[in-house]
Design a protein around this ligand. Structure first.
Ligand SMILES: Cc1ncc(COP(=O)(O)O)c(C=O)c1O
Length: 371
């Protein structure tokens, strides 16, 4: 079966260095908030282009702690997208704040800035654009709206490590950039991990406190925090992989370009909608293809055909946030966010990873075209 992602293959190219680095941490006797985490934070801040990078236990915690450090609390409204992984909304709920949704753009699956403004009320305090599948959201427009209404902007970069917009990396554009290192992410650990990037010194200091029980040491606690630390082994693993991230992402982009070409996207007759590649350069964006996701009017038939040819596929995401059982209290119904609902009906994500062979992509495309 062709998998969605092949982490064993990735490990083949890293084995010696990875085992050496992990062994060195085990030998060091220091496992939490030590040298490797510090080194990874410095390298990540430099790479993303932020003053501070703070390692935390997961992408969900990155969102939770940055919203809290930015002052979001009970009764505040936070606007985000209905087409995301659940934890974007969970992080808002952890603070007893109110999630408010704005529909997405058809082409990029990202929040539509034109739909944000009508959702703003006097209680709105923040926006969470999600760079879904690795494609940057329209941050220029989002920052303009945030400036007009004095809102904080927290970027959900769980799927966009290395993606850029107008020459800036995602995660360096808003007030906070939140990354996940869940193993399947473009930059993935061998367990859970996350990172917050911020430029403001006092917000960074607050997040450092919050991740470690509100303490900067000495069993003195200046606030009530959490246990949300990145561990030394994961930091060592991430340092090894970060050295390769640009090449991994470039290969993902090449695979995506090949898919787009072979699927005859844009030819008008295929009925398939392919994702935009971005152009590179300072005024455009770089999509890093955490997922390669197409729309197809008969996506279930496509999946069936792929299954019969031993090819994996996935639906990211089958149900939008407003129709999730856990979010019933929001009082939404089908039809409230038509673009997100259409995406949930039509999307199918195909295998993509740096080591995926071009002949396999051609085989997948032929199978899809036969449908
Ligand atoms: C868009 C998005 N936000 C947040 C998260 C949460 O990250 P984590 O699983 O590291 O908590 C994920 C991934 O799982 C995600 O895809």
């Amino acid at each position: 079966m062709v998998p969605m992602l092949d982490l064993k293959k990735q490990m083949e190219g890293l084995r010696d260095e990875m085992l050496r680095e992990v062994a060195a941490v085990i030998e060091s006797g220091q496992y939490v908030l030590g040298k490797k985490v510090l080194q990874f934070e410095q390298k990540a801040a430099e790479y993303i282009g932020a003053r501070h990078a703070i390692g935390v236990a997961s992408g969900t915690d990155a969102l939770h702690l940055s919203l809290k450090a930015l002052g979001i609390g009970p009764g505040d409204e936070v606007i985000t997208t209905p087409f995301t992984f659940f934890s974007t909304v969970e992080a808002i709920m952890y603070l007893n704040a109110t999630p408010v949704l704005a529909d997405i753009e058809t082409e990029t699956f990202n929040i539509d800035p034109a739909k944000i403004e009508e959702k703003i009320t006097p209680r709105t305090k923040a926006l969470i654009p999600v760079h879904i599948f690795g494609c940057p959201a329209r941050m220029d427009e989002i920052l303009r709206i945030a400036g007009k209404y004095n809102l904080k902007v927290v970027e959900d970069c769980a799927q966009s490590f290395g993606a850029a917009l107008g020459g800036k990396k995602t995660g360096s554009i808003g007030d906070a950039g939140c990354f996940s290192f869940y193993p399947s992410k473009n930059l993935g650990a061998y367990g859970d991990g996350g990172l917050v990037c911020v430029n403001d010194d006092s917000v960074a200091a607050e997040i450092r406190l919050l991740r470690n029980h509100g303490s900067s040491g000495g069993y003195m606690h200046s606030t009530v925090g959490f246990n949300s630390r990145l561990d030394e082994i994961q930091a060592a693993i991430l340092l090894v992989k970060m050295g390769k991230i640009d090449s991994y992402n470039e290969k993902r982009r090449q695979k995506a370009a090949l898919y787009n070409k072979k699927l005859l996207c844009g030819a008008g007759s295929s009925g398939i909608m392919c994702p935009p590649l971005g152009e590179g350069g300072s005024s455009s964006f770089t999509h890093v293809f955490h997922q390669y996701t197409i729309r197809h009017p008969r996506r279930d038939a496509v999946r069936e055909k792929l299954r019969s040819e031993q090819v994996s596929s996935m639906i990211y995401y089958p149900v939008p946030m407003h129709l999730q059982p856990a979010l019933k209290f929001m009082g939404h119904k089908e039809g409230d966010f038509p673009a997100a609902e259409a995406a949930c009906r039509e999307v199918v994500s195909l295998p993509i990873y740096p080591e995926l062979e071009d002949q396999v992509i051609e085989r997948i495309c032929n199978a899809i075209k036969s449908v």
